[in-house]
Design a protein. Structure first.
Length: 240
């Protein structure tokens, strides 16, 4: 029997290339062992068929940011994040145009940066990039979120004006935001640094009950045609 060796060593012999280049090819998801992608350079091989993708590139893997259209019923915020369980190869949107080669490592080390109520749906951001995490965390007061809110009830006099400015939440005056009617039952909120429960509280104070909420934009990044329960990569040209 052939003695098992590290995949990186065997690939370096086959190509040929340096051991470090072989590791980069493997970590980039460009190498298949008997037809199955293997991303671990230390993976042990014997007589299996090893193939390098014709489109393989020797570019290091960069941290990624993932945009998820979260369905209602999944927590996305501080602490445990059940919404993370929705992110897999199976739920990756088919026509993702970010040009990023999907890797297993993209599903680990993700930080939830944009909390969203469990009962709400819409755009949620998970990232491996510390710069994105800082922008959406420490600088949250400067990032506008657009939320469509389905409501029931009768708006009190001057209620729309109060939604835009003049309400209090948790004992503190709320900063101005932009609220308008999208149709007879839906309000559009353009709001910064909204805390959990804030929009429902605001609506309650003006005689309205929230039936559903959907976040459709964070900063300059819209959810667009992303299907419910699916995700895509943040493109290089997109900025929050």
């Amino acid at each position: 029997m052939t003695e098992p060796v590290r995949l990186a060593k065997r690939l370096a012999e086959i190509l040929p290339c340096s051991r470090r280049e072989a590791e980069q090819y493997i970590e980039g998801g460009w190498v298949r062992v008997d037809g199955i992608v293997v991303e671990e350079p230390q993976f042990r091989v014997q007589t299996q068929t090893i193939a390098l993708d014709p489109n393989a590139r020797l570019t290091p893997s960069e941290p990624v940011t993932i945009l998820l259209n979260k369905p209602p019923g999944y927590h996305a915020g501080e602490g445990a994040n059940p919404a993370l369980t929705l992110i897999s190869a199976a739920t990756h949107i088919a026509n993702d145009d970010a040009g990023i080669h999907l890797l297993k490592k993209h599903f680990s080390g993700l930080t939830a940066t944009t909390p969203l109520e469990t009962d709400a749906s819409g755009l949620v951001v998970f990232t491996q990039n510390w710069q994105v995490a800082r922008k959406l965390g420490e600088d949250a007061d400067s990032v506008e979120h657009e939320v469509i809110v389905e409501v029931a009830g009768e708006l009190i006099p001057h209620g729309l004006k109060r939604l835009n400015h003049g309400l209090i939440f948790n004992g503190k005056p709320l900063p101005p935001c932009k609220v308008s009617w999208q149709n007879e039952t839906r309000l559009r909120f353009a709001i910064k640094a909204a805390r959990t429960g804030q929009i429902a509280h605001m609506c309650e104070r003006v005689g309205l009950e929230v039936l559903s909420m959907k976040r459709i934009r964070i900063g300059r990044v819209p959810m667009a045609q992303l299907p419910l329960g699916q995700w895509r990569y943040l493109r290089q040209d997109e900025r929050f």
